[in-house]
Design a binder for this molecule. Structure first.
Ligand SMILES: [Zn+2]
Length: 604
């Protein structure tokens, strides 16, 4: 328990983060995870975890520390910040910290689990360890005594007092910066940036391995360049992870930079810092480690879900990567590289869990649920008893997806409204199937995510939609793997020779940029020659939300315009009015699976 000298009879200023929330017996502060008991600050629900499972460290994401190694991820609920458009909203704002879906584990059990699962160490991520500081400190101490590495992803809004307690036991940190101005911090509910810069200096001074991540929007490039210059003033070899902003929750879609804009900006940043990486950009080569001296590619990585990366492991294992094998330049890589790859389960490890939780929420919101408690109950059902695997299977096929709607409708006491939604989708599905029953000419369709060479695994819903819409999915001819797919070569794609290409509506790319890159890379396929490359009219129309029925109608109308003559905008309007009670406005939609637009709010 933390003590504080400012103790008075009725209140205490929280000494853990620089928000210095005034805690009283009735008031719990910004994160809601601490309370005052007999003039001491105690953690509420101190032994509960949403996640405690092994991951590969690039999932954290950390790229220059024990590359490819297995670490035990721990995640709780809650956050001291409240950032607009946060991908973790489901677990920092919506999940109840006392939910029965959370596992009870003691500090000793967490450390023992790291050993049992043969992890190199323990890493706290997804929500902020500042919302669970006393236990994280205890875990770090015990893990260190036992020879494990300890790290976290954090906004680093530690007080000096809290950080000095943690420093002797912290081996690595990913500092999630919000920008490079007080304004950027105001937007997240914090008064100023200063404590983060102070802590960055202290962490560097103490020899902790640091990586810095920062969201890139269409509005903060100047600020990010200033941040890079500031980091370079400390050390040019601190890795900078540029998170291409995917607008969730209340954030506007207009803030999302295109892949081309983001890659161009990373090229600029690489003049300032030795190691700049681009996330949320499937197929981007800006996720590899290049030697800053000779340009040799030392570590190759692949997109691995939002905010995630996966190192590409040669069969012989990774070679030592602290120095360039060509020119011997120091690459600021700490620790030995792994000799075998660790494969996370479906939705397991890092941010895909937030997507799974949002997919359940998406079904419930479309059946009119507006209360968090109802959604939390459905999550509890999924998070217990291996429900995640079942969910992962059922959302990949239109028919099983419809069954899942009925299942969650019953769980949420909304069976009637679930039935209306299920019947609506079934009716459109049947109409398409009937229209295409006798079709003989099925075009070959390739489904990309982000850049042209990143393909979506054949088993995923997007490819099922293609087949239901009367196409042949060439993705099914490619090996499964990766999350949600992997990169193929130009010659492989040329051999598949798709006639039509769709770009994922989740992590997307403007058609014009995509087409230009196809030409630059020398792709010679019918879809490029005939410019038959398409992106859905709105995000979230091909995965993650019941709105996939709109995406299916769109694909069918592209592949077989003679047989499927939907007016997509009318259909979208009808769907939004029926199931969300609002008209469809493409400018209001963002990357959220669950909420229909950025104005949607919970009813308390
Ligand atoms: Zn080199």
């Amino acid at each position: 328990m933390l003590k504080n000298e400012e103790i008075s009879m009725n209140h205490l200023d929280c000494p853990i983060c620089e928000l210095h929330c005034r805690l009283t017996e009735a008031r719990q502060g910004a994160c809601g995870l601490y309370e005052l008991q007999e003039n001491r600050i105690v953690e509420r629900f101190a032994d509960r975890y949403l996640v405690a499972c092994p991951i590969s460290i690039e999932t954290a994401p950390i790229l220059h520390f024990y590359p490819g190694a297995k670490f035990l991820q721990i995640t709780t609920t809650g956050c001291n910040f409240n950032c607009p458009g946060c991908i973790s909203t489901v677990l920092v704002r919506e999940m109840f910290p006392d939910s029965r879906a959370l596992q009870h584990l003691t500090v000793e059990q967490i450390v023992a689990k790291a050993f049992e699962t043969r992890c190199e160490g323990i890493v706290f991520l997804m929500n902020d360890p500042l919302a669970a500081f006393p236990r994280f400190l205890k875990i770090a101490k015990l893990a260190h005594v036992r020879g494990l590495n300890v790290g976290c992803s954090s906004n680093a809004y530690f007080t000096s007092e809290a950080l000095s307690q943690l420093l002797p036991y912290l081996d690595f940190i990913n500092i999630g910066m919000k920008g490079f101005s007080d304004n950027a911090y105001h937007a997240c509910g914090a008064p100023e940036i200063l404590p983060v810069l102070r802590n960055l200096k202290a962490l560097h001074g103490a020899g902790v391995h640091i990586e810095i991540s920062c969201i890139l929007t269409r509005e903060n490039q100047t600020e990010l360049l200033d941040l890079a210059l500031h980091i370079a003033g400390i050390s040019r070899c601190i890795p900078l992870q540029v998170m291409r902003f995917l607008p969730f929750e209340t954030a506007a879609i207009a803030l999302e930079p295109s892949i081309r804009e983001a890659e161009n900006f990373c090229r600029t940043l690489r003049h300032v810092l030795d190691f700049v990486y681009l996330f949320n950009t499937p197929g981007s080569e800006y996720l590899h480690t290049y030697c800053p001296q000779c340009g040799h590619v030392v570590l190759r990585r692949e997109f691995y879900g939002p905010m995630g990366a996966k190192v590409q492991m040669p069969e012989s294992g990774l070679s030592q990567s602290d120095r360039c094998p060509v020119c011997s330049r120091d690459l600021n890589v700490v620790g030995p590289a792994a000799q075998s790859a660790y494969q996370e389960g479906d939705f397991e490890g890092g941010y895909p869990l937030t997507r799974a939780m949002e997919m359940v929420e998406a079904m419930l919101i479309a059946m009119g649920v507006t209360q968090k408690a109802v959604v939390v109950r459905a999550w509890e059902d999924v998070l217990q008893n291996g429900g995640l695997n079942k969910l992962h299977q059922s959302i990949q096929h239109p028919r099983t997806y419809i069954e899942a709607i009925r299942y969650f409708g019953k769980k949420a006491d909304a069976a009637d409204r679930a039935e209306v939604l299920a019947e609506y989708i079934e009716e459109r599905l049947a109409r398409i199937e009937t229209a295409l029953a006798s079709v003989t000419r099925r075009p070959k369709v390739y489904y990309a995510m982000g850049k042209p060479l990143f393909y979506i695994n054949g088993g995923r819903l997007e490819n099922q939609l293609v087949e239901t819409a009367g196409g042949i999915s060439v993705n099914r001819e490619l090996p499964d793997g990766g999350r949600p797919g992997r990169t193929l070569s130009v010659s492989e794609l040329n051999r598949l020779n798709p006639e039509v290409i769709f770009i994922s509506a989740f992590i997307s790319n403007p058609v014009e940029d995509f087409y230009t890159e196809c030409l630059q890379r020398g792709l010679q396929v019918a879809a490029v020659e005939n410019r038959r490359i398409y992106v859905h009219p709105s995000p979230g129309w091909d995965f993650g939300s019941p709105r996939w029925i709109l995406g299916l109608m769109y694909i069918a109308s592209i592949l077989h315009p003679d047989r499927c003559t939907f007016n997509i905008m009318d259909e979208a309007n009808a769907f939004y009015r029926n199931f969300y009670g609002v008209p469809f406005d493409p400018l209001d939609a963002n990357r959220s699976f669950s909420k229909p637009n950025r104005r949607w709010r919970w009813q308390e």
